[in-house]
Design a protein around this ligand. Structure first.
Ligand SMILES: Cc1cc2nc3c(=O)[nH]c(=O)nc-3n(C[C@H](O)[C@H](O)[C@H](O)COP(=O)(O)OP(=O)(O)OC[C@H]3O[C@@H](n4cnc5c(N)ncnc54)[C@H](O)[C@@H]3O)c2cc1C
Length: 267
């Protein structure tokens, strides 16, 4: 495909933003094992970068995914892996299903502030014992009155210690593993949500990764994304953006590594 002036404008402006607002702080953020997600995401939200392909009615730019690909590719100029990954979680891992299937009311409550950069979002799929095999998750969300009562836990949750809400995958019935799951918006300040620990990782250090437990966490049933029982399918669709993020954000980073290696070995 041919890139338009608008694509190149996004590439140029995002690179400038990274050089001014992110790269000068990367070493310090890697050192302390966290970056100020609310502060950075607010600046990105002000520029419209957190909603390039999201609907205009929710504050996005309403552009097609090729513009988002250019944005993700440009994230490769960030001189670490953790910050771009957390940005990718915000734009391409925790919010696509909500944007695609969430009710207008739910999108106003969780998607609009995530696009603005007022909310940090996280994705709760992986568990201890359920990584690649998503169908085997054990966390449950059982109906009680007008609520879901959530019990279980999540592992490897990116931005888990800072997030305002989680796009949570949980079992909402006893049925077959691909038909018994639902995606639910879970505000992280809800009683019973316990950030058990921030994981000390070898790489991606500037991104905070958490283990989280849920004990009788109550959320209203209206926080369900789309239809009950469709969560596995919604999540598989949501993984498409996650994979595209991983492919696109790695390209420039790899070129940069080759350039750095050539420069270093030439000294
Ligand atoms: C830095 C970081 C951030 C993360 N952020 C999030 C997040 O925000 N939210 C979230 O939900 N999860 C997150 N994850 C979890 C991530 O999605 C999982 O690590 C991933 O799904 C793999 O699961 P696992 O680690 O349990 O490995 P496993 O599933 O146990 O896999 C281990 C190895 O076995 C291989 N394997 C597995 N099954 C098969 C099979 N059937 N056949 C052949 N080989 C197989 C895999 O390819 C892999 O090499 C994060 C992980 C990391 C490391």
């Amino acid at each position: 495909m041919e890139f338009t002036q608008e694509h190149e404008g996004i590439r140029r402006n995002v690179k400038k933003f990274i050089e001014a607002e992110i790269n000068p702080h990367v070493d310090a953020w890697e050192e302390v094992g966290i970056f100020p997600a609310h502060e950075l995401f607010k600046k990105m939200g002000d520029q419209g970068y957190l909603g390039i392909n999201k609907p205009t009615k929710y504050g996005g730019m309403g552009l097609d995914y090729s513009y988002q690909m250019v944005f993700l590719e440009t994230l490769g100029h960030i001189r670490c892996g953790g910050v771009p990954m957390a940005i990718g979680v915000q734009t391409d891992m925790a919010t696509p299903a909500l944007s695609r299937f969430g009710s207008e009311e739910l999108c106003k409550e969780f998607l609009v502030p995530s696009i603005k950069g007022d909310y940090v979002a996280c994705l709760g799929v992986s568990e201890v014992g359920a990584g690649s095999d998503v169908a085997s998750i054990k966390t449950t969300a059982k109906k009680d009155g007008g609520d879901y009562v959530i019990n279980g836990g999540k592992m490897w949750t990116t931005s888990g210690t800072q997030a305002d809400w989680m796009c949570l995958l949980a079992n909402t019935s006893e049925g077959p593993a691909h038909k018994n799951k639902s995606l639910i918006c879970l505000p992280m300040k809800t009683k019973g949500v316990q950030i058990a620990r921030k994981l000390d990782k070898l790489g991606m250090r500037s991104s905070d990764t958490a283990q989280i437990f849920f004990e009788d966490v109550r959320v209203p049933q209206r926080f369900l994304i789309g239809k009950e029982g469709e969560g596995f399918t919604y999540q598989m669709l949501q993984f498409q953006e996650e994979r595209l993020y991983a492919a696109a954000a790695g390209l420039v980073a790899k070129e940069r590594m080759i350039d750095d290696t050539i420069e270093y070995t030439g000294q």
